[in-house]
Design a protein around this ligand. Sequence first.
Ligand code: I6G
Length: 225
Amino acid sequence: HSIPMLSLGNARGEEELRAWAERMRSHLAREAIDIKEFEFVVEPKIDGLAVSLRYENGELTTAATRGDGSEGEDVTANIRTLAEVPQALHGRHVPAVCEVRGEVYMRHADFAALNKRQADAGDRTFANPRNAAAGSLRQLDAAMTAQRPLHFFAYGWGEMSEMPSASQHGMVQAFKGFGFAVNPRMALCRGADELIAHYRKIETDRAALGYDIDGVVYKVDDDRV
Ligand code: I6G
């Protein structure tokens, strides 16, 4: 990866989350950034497989798994079989180099149907949707991956020759315009109370999401941080 794929920091419980939000607020205030404008993006953290997709002049050239963060596995041929990964980006304002990052995942209903098909055929079944997604993406034969019900949500980026937006939310909206699926549960919040309220809402709706999550992601919606 020309820019490392970092993992997320963890906050366990409300107090750690409040402390993090306060650290962000005081950091922005020290940098003299207008804190009235200060927002967070919140969305479910998908329990799938993080991948980085590189587009050059709008065309998909390489896809790699996260691996150890600096070097991943090349899964280009397999990624090309996913309907939710555009082969060519849409629109007139696509950066010449554009690395879009996100999560490949499998929905609960598709996972159950796949395991049933596997069992009926006497093939190996998968322990959970994450393993099924990972196994499906790592198939030696891309034609096998093509038969697996894999989905993709875009949420981040690596190397970009130009930035379509200066905010996390704006970047994700740009990815939507380029033809990617983005999580409809993404929301903008201000202040720790709203972060916690949104966490509770996602937790309440968790069973109805249709896919596994392993937490909630919070990002400061401003590239000056
Ligand atoms: O699963 C995720 C959802 C949203 C993410 C994520 C995200 O950012 C808005 N960001 C990272 C870096 C990872 N998972 C690993």
